[in-house]
Design a protein around this ligand. Sequence first.
Ligand code: GLC
Ligand code: CA
Length: 512
Amino acid sequence: MPKWLDNAIFYEIYPQSFRDTNADGIGDFPGILEKLDYIRDLGCNALWINPCFASPFGDAGYDVSDYYRAAPRYGTNEDLKRIFDEAHRRDIRVLLDLVPGHTALDHPWFKASMLAEKNPYTDRYIWTDNIWERPDGLDCLRGISDRDGACAVNFFSHQPALNYGCYKVEKSWQQPMDAPGPRATLEAMKDVMRFWLRLGCDGFRVDMAGCMVKNDPERRGTILLWQEVRAFLDREFPEAAIISEWGEPDKSLEGGFHMDFLLHGGPSHYDDLFRCEEPFFSGRGRGDASKFAAQYEKYMEQTGGKGLICIPSGNHDTERLAPALQGGELKLAFAFLLTMPGAPFIYYGDEIGMRYVEGLTSVEGGYHRTGARTPMQWDGSINAGFSAAAPDRLYIPLDGDPDRPNVQAQMADLGSLYHEIKRLIAVRQAHEALQSGGGIRFVFAQENRCPLAYIRTGGGESLLVILNPSLEMVSFPGAFAPSGSVYCFGGEAKFNPGLVTAPPCSAGIYRL
Ligand code: GLC
Ligand code: CA
């Protein structure tokens, strides 16, 4: 496990919406360079940049047409290298987004694969034997090639699935993982990784990592595939890190990923905390963190320190925390995110409470996700300092709320979410117990009850974290006699014999 993950705190950049420096309405690499100091000042020491490769942008770049070339609208490969270099000068690591499962329709591999004549790319994608046969259990694309066959797709119908083989081979068109076609695909993807790692990136967030191998209900084949990739990285790039979009750490970490995300949807109950009818972090205090905690403990047991389980504040695929959560609720949500094990991920703009914007027309395959991808709000100037383009030329319209938050205003206000997060990051970085690999034990996580309390351990220290999002004072049984607090928001808890009482809307970290 690369050492730098021990205290890594990631910041996710959606490049098209971050900062536009040439007034074309779309964020770009120079914009990222310009804001590296901002990211370091916030306290983040790692980046995840969403796909920034050549693409027709039918799915915001998750449809790659050239894995070796930066998308011209963001800049050049040299600009990207400058981001790696300048980030490293600031002790910031950079993960790129690898989309190994599918390409765009106009990728040269796919164009060749569509030809009726056999060629080196015939088996690069998953095709059935004839146009009338659909690939079982998969969506497919039909009728656009001379080649007879239906081609499996992974997500949108313009994202044909690359062929890594099938775990169970039951049909004539299914190929085993060790057939020449699937082997060549995997080697091609290792070459892509080599290329960017040699240029200076520090690893990859891996898109849809859990469904590479098909007809693989238990994911055994996919696990084997990633184990091979991990062995390759350990040999050639031992400092590189990979994190999976998978959401089942018991499987992904076995597959060799250093980290996996807990995702919206999926079995983790992540949504119970932030994004459901009654989220745990809502001040109404009607939410439930118990199922999350139980599942989390189970994952910790199953993975036994093999890698990190990472909890993101949000991402480009889901609604933002705000406006469903506001004010102190957001601060408490971050007190949680920044005191849990694993490397935290902050989605750009979440550090100022940027809002999910309802009702936007879809942009580049965003659909309901578009509202979570609006331009970063830097200041109170035109276009919130995102771009000097005419407002109607922005990639996605800005949040139109006159009270929309911005970085400049929050930096000037010590009571802002921005400053609370900065404080929390500083506390995390001062205490090994709170970092990626520290232990965790939940001491209070009862159904439909507040607070949530847990003990983090590491570096010879035990820290008790108590989070009470509700607007009521709450108590729970526990015999603790802390020697002091290392962080407190909304007032300190009272420790009476056998009973702990936490003030309304409060977060505290206490030294045991
Ligand atoms: C992942 C990405 C998402 C994309 C999809 C297809 O879920 O996060 O944005 O649309 O994969 O690549
Ligand atoms: Ca631009």
